[in-house]
Design a protein. Structure first.
Length: 299
């Protein structure tokens, strides 16, 4: 288990999976402020034991709020299990996602269909009682203040949170990997993808002042302007290349991916990754490309 102290009372906990390439990819965030503790995206069921141990090592005995950026199994699947240990915690989730957490069978079957053995490695989704789920316009609890921003795109129920000038961004701008003194960035647009919706959320959050961005995948940055500038450029470039190749009747997702590797500067470090990381990134890139192609067929 790795616990990274990013700043005072802000911790990233690695939730590595027993899958090739799934290291320093999934994580959870823990933040304490003014005697309140929040956990952002507690992760899948398979690693709740890791999170429990991290909380123990950090001497955290209570959680006030669990903030879900979205209900995908790698971000939220273990939330119900965590509540067994912290029954007083409230779970913040967009209303669209709530029914799937109260009765997760459909979400679990969908995860199995899309992710297969990856979903099995994450583990089944534990149900959350309705009374634990909330979605306020804003959280104001003593000195704790959490601004809540609906950010549909990666998912229709995707949400961002701003706490003490820290933006917990989920996947609103894609997947971020720090590399040397720079970073790799990859669009995260799985089907069902709607370009205008995804772009609208990305541009909206780029206008929200913050000092730090904490990503669902992976790590953080102290340079929000740089990140959002590149995320905007990348999204438009991916859309342009997909349009270009679809117009030429080239629907092979692998061909499009190879073109992106050649033309997208934010993917330039792909060739330096370990082979299993490359395999992971190619898998999810092809899924995003599929989402873009399906969108283009409808416009």
């Amino acid at each position: 288990m790795a616990i990274h102290e990013i700043k005072n009372n802000l911790y990233l906990v690695d939730l590595d999976q027993d899958l090739p390439g799934f290291r320093q990819f999934i994580s959870t965030w823990i933040y304490s402020s003014n005697n309140k503790t929040i956990v952002i995206d507690p992760g899948p069921a398979s690693t709740i034991k890791v999170l429990r141990q991290a909380l123990k090592e950090l001497n955290i005995s209570k959680i006030d709020y669990i903030l879900l950026t979205h209900i995908h199994i790698d971000h939220a699947g273990g939330t119900g299990l965590l509540l067994n240990d912290f029954p007083h915690a409230k779970v913040v989730c967009h209303p669209i996602g709530m029914p799937h957490l109260m009765d997760p069978q459909r979400l679990w079957q969908g995860s199995l269909k899309v992710l297969g053995n990856v979903a099995k490695a994450y583990g089944p989704i534990a149900a959350i009682p309705r009374e634990k789920l909330i979605y306020p316009e804003k959280i104001t609890d003593e000195d704790l203040s959490v601004a809540i921003y609906p950010t549909p795109g990666h998912a229709s129920h995707h949400v961002n949170y701003l706490v003490d000038q820290i933006l917990f961004a989920g996947e609103v701008g894609g997947v971020h990997v720090k590399w040397n003194n720079d970073f790799y960035l990859r669009v995260a647009t799985p089907p069902q993808f709607i370009f205008e919706v995804y772009k609208g959320s990305l541009f909206k959050m780029a206008d929200v002042p913050c000092e730090k961005i904490c990503f669902g995948h992976y790590g953080h940055t102290n340079h929000p302007d740089t990140f959002f500038s590149r995320a905007k450029q990348q999204l438009n470039l991916w859309m342009y290349i997909c349009q270009e190749m679809v117009a030429n009747k080239q629907f092979d997702e692998k061909q499009i991916f190879n073109a992106l590797l050649e033309r997208d500067p934010s993917l330039q470090y792909f060739s330096e990754f370990d082979p299993d990381i490359q395999e992971r990134e190619e898998y999810f890139s092809l899924n995003s490309i599929k989402g873009m192609i399906e969108y283009l067929k409808t416009v």
